[in-house]
Design a protein. Structure first.
Lengths: 273, 188
């Protein structure tokens, strides 16, 4: 059609009309996707050299397609975050159900230790002034060496526990309070470098921006009668527990940390038997 | 309720067909060993999450581009990709520590140009968001998920692929127009 009416036009102009006649953007899209071949591709490229508007449209179309791709990618990344959260919630649920009895034993033991320490403490007038200032609700680990070993009994499950976190050197935690970021304090039994099912783990999660005097939550995981040994390995002195308003705190020197039951499922990962 | 996919092949096919369920099934299956390895290699659990998701993205993009030539299990593949990503990050961290960057050394023009391009992309991204659904899903399915028109028609309840194609054209026209207006470009 255009060939008869526009015979005087040069080839590129004819090509432009042909593009207009069909679908201008389909040409552009086919060019970008690599679907244009042979003569059509050659003609399009020739046109691109002399037609600045077409060149601009091609560039914009590329940007639009890239942006759609990026938007799809962002949507998927967001979705992956949701899956991750769901996975953690599911694991958390499993941990609670599988370890309920174990937590109960651990909690009882902690309570027992607290009471035991209370009696020991009343007999010992040489305790430090700092501990005395914390009144009667203090447990000093230095005085609980006779703490009976009491292992929690795990329910039979189809899972076996394994350590997901490698033991770290105590020095790593030296400047813990001064640093920004999320940290975890893992306390392991260094004797065998294993995270046994009944060892103690404490996790410190300082928020990104710390406020002076802020209480850092420590998530209490599991423990047995090797507390003294564990803390000894970490070389943390003057470590004590303190109960205030029904909350359990860990005192390290002048610092006080709230202890809560651990709720991060990935800290203790599971593998199927 | 989640659909069960009995094999790696089934998961890959489902991802190719845009079945979102497949990703939710795949995701938790292979995370734990990767997390364990990263934490054992100076990483935090948050690092593990980021790295694993990056590996999933690589895997997904390969699938939809038909570039995946898998001759091992998905878990092995994801582990290897995650490992590479993490080792690369560790190397980068090491290098960054050793190099002091002088901000004056950076090429100013390139920086400005990059900023302008980024701004343009952000404007277009905003317009993609403004499109809303089904346009947004349709365009993302075509350009990002690389789904064919028949599959798109199926997920968006269009009668056939031809109808989906015509909808895609309309959505693109809307988007072009909006973008050109935002960027003050001649719309004629």
């Amino acid at each position: 059609m255009y060939a008869t009416t526009e015979k005087s036009c040069n080839e590129t102009t004819q090509f432009k009309y042909r593009m207009m006649e069909t679908n201008y953007f389909e040409w552009i899209e086919n060019y970008i996707s690599g679907a244009l071949k042979g003569e059509q591709l050659k003609a399009f490229e020739e046109q691109l050299k002399i037609d600045s508007i077409l060149a601009e449209r091609v560039a914009l179309e590329k940007e639009i397609i890239d942006a759609i791709g990026l938007s799809g990618e962002r949507a998927l990344r967001k979705q992956l975050k949701t899956y991750h959260q769901e996975m953690q919630e599911q694991d958390s649920g499993r941990i609670i159900s599988l370890k309920k009895s174990y937590y109960l034993v651990a909690a009882s033991l902690m309570l027992f230790a607290l009471i035991g320490s209370w009696f020991l403490r009343t007999d010992n007038n040489t305790q430090t002034a700092r501990i005395e200032q914390q009144k009667e609700h203090i447990l000093d680990f230095k005085n609980i060496s006779n703490l009976p070993s009491s292992k929690g009994t795990l329910q039979k499950t189809s899972y076996q526990l394994h350590d997901s976190i490698k033991p770290q050197k105590a020095s790593i935690y030296k400047d813990l309070d001064e640093k920004e970021g999320i940290y975890k304090l893992h306390i392991f039994n260094y004797d065998d470098c294993k995270v046994s099912e009944d060892s103690l783990r404490l996790f410190i999660h300082p928020p990104i921006k710390r406020v002076a005097g802020e209480i850092i939550p420590i998530n209490y995981y599991t423990y047995n009668g090797t507390l003294l040994n564990l803390f000894g390995n970490l070389n943390i002195k003057q470590l004590s527990l303190h109960i205030e308003n029904n909350q359990l705190y860990l005192l390290m020197g002048e610092k006080k940390y709230l202890i809560t039951q651990h709720n991060e499922p990935n800290a203790l990962s599971r593998i199927k038997e | 309720m989640k659909t069960s996919y009995t094999s790696d092949k089934a998961i890959i096919e489902a991802l190719k067909n845009g079945e979102e369920q497949a990703m939710s099934v795949l995701y938790p299956q292979h995370y734990k060993p990767i997390q364990k390895w990263i934490v054992q290699n100076n990483g935090l659990e948050t690092d593990a999450e980021d790295v694993y998701q990056e590996a999933i993205m690589v895997f997904y993009k390969k699938i939809v581009s038909n570039e995946l030539d898998l001759n091992c299990k998905i878990g092995t593949y994801l582990f290897a990709v995650s490992k590479n990503i993490w080792l690369k990050q560790l190397r980068k961290q090491k290098t960054t520590k050793n190099i002091k960057i002088n901000p004056n050394n950076q090429a100013g023009d390139n920086k400005e140009e990059k900023l302008q391009n980024d701004n343009r992309i952000e404007v277009i991204l905003e317009e993609v968001e403004h499109l809303g659904n089904p346009c947004k899903t349709l365009l993302q399915s075509f350009y990002f998920k690389k789904m064919d028109m028949e599959s798109i028609a199926e997920i968006l309840n269009y009668s056939n692929g031809k109808r989906a194609k015509s909808q895609k054209y309309k959505c693109m026209q809307r988007l072009r127009k909006a973008v050109m207006k935002r960027l003050n470009l001649n719309t004629e």
